[in-house]
Design a protein around this ligand. Structure first.
Ligand SMILES: Nc1ncnc2c1ncn2[C@@H]1O[C@H](COP(=O)(O)OP(=O)(O)O)[C@@H](O)[C@H]1O
Ligand SMILES: [Mg+2]
Length: 249
């Protein structure tokens, strides 16, 4: 499995209010290029607002790119039909969003297996209660399976969101600052779990500010001014100098 990002551009539509004020149309991602293979944990860092969440959203097919290609084994994710995208989300992507999104009226285990309530075609066999318990065990909150979210700490809710992302055994895990509400011990446990999952052949892309997390990544990229720089193994701008995708559009 290989994920390739080539000349990725993202520009958000400005609100009419901003346009009236003459605010420049901003490119959040100007020319982002990198590749990830099975078995790699990739760190994405950069200051707040540098486009980390945008990048993860585009790779997951939740946001449309304004230009460029995001290819998974040669298939362009940005060009997927709605149907193809639904299958892609269902079976291949595990997304841990930056905010915590647990549903208050469902128990921990129900929150974990929530995809079962809207996935009709169960084309992956290993789901159901045993699988839900297994992923809750992986993130260390199996004993909370029957609780409702109102008795959980922020870190425990975060781990429910992580368990939910792992439930359908996705090939690609997109983790948006997943350790923000975790203490050091649980951050280390999560990164160790990520290392184990990549050893099994997953791709994990981790947006984080945490240097200890970044130390555990196979490669680290930094977003700055819409461009991407490789920090590890060495610092360099990852840019194809032969073309400027924004000017050539
Ligand atoms: N839906 C949106 N509409 C307009 N601008 C957005 C939207 N989402 C994010 N942005 C802007 O894009 C930039 C990058 O945001 P984001 O990807 O969330 O960065 P990060 O995750 O690195 O903090 C920010 O300037 C943010 O304000
Ligand atoms: Mg973000």
């Amino acid at each position: 499995m290989e994920l390739q990002i080539n000349h990725l551009i993202k520009q958000y539509e400005c609100s009419p209010h901003n346009q009236k004020k003459g605010r420049e149309q901003t490119f959040v991602l100007k020319n982002v290029n990198f590749a990830v293979q099975s078995g790699e944990l990739i760190g994405i860092t950069g200051i707040s607002g540098s486009g980390k969440s945008t990048l993860l959203g585009i790779i997951g097919g939740f946001l449309k790119p304004s230009g460029g290609l995001i290819q998974l084994d040669g298939d362009d994710i940005g060009g997927f039909s709605e149907t193809k995208l639904a299958i892609f989300h269902r079976n291949r992507i595990g997304y841990i969003p930056q905010g915590i999104e647990v549903l208050a009226n469902l128990t921990v285990i129900e929150n974990t297996a929530i995809s079962d309530s809207f996935v009709q075609h169960n084309d992956r066999k290993n789901t159901g209660e045993n699988r839900a318990r297994e992923v809750l065990e992986m993130v260390g909150i199996a004993k909370l399976a029957g609780e409702y979210p109102d008795v959980l700490s922020g870190g425990e809710k975060r781990r429910v969101a992580i368990a939910r992302a792992l439930y359908r055994d996705p090939d690609i895990i997109l983790a948006d600052e997943p350790t923000n509400d975790l203490d050091r011990e649980n951050s280390v446990l999560l990164i160790n779990l990520f290392r184990k999952l990549v050893k099994d052949g997953k791709i994990i892309i981790l947006a984080t500010h945490d240097n200890e997390n970044l130390d555990s990544c196979d490669a680290v990229y930094r977003l700055d001014d819409g461009k991407i720089f490789r920090m590890k193994p060495f610092e360099s701008m990852v840019l194809d100098e032969t073309s400027n995708p924004i000017e050539s559009r």
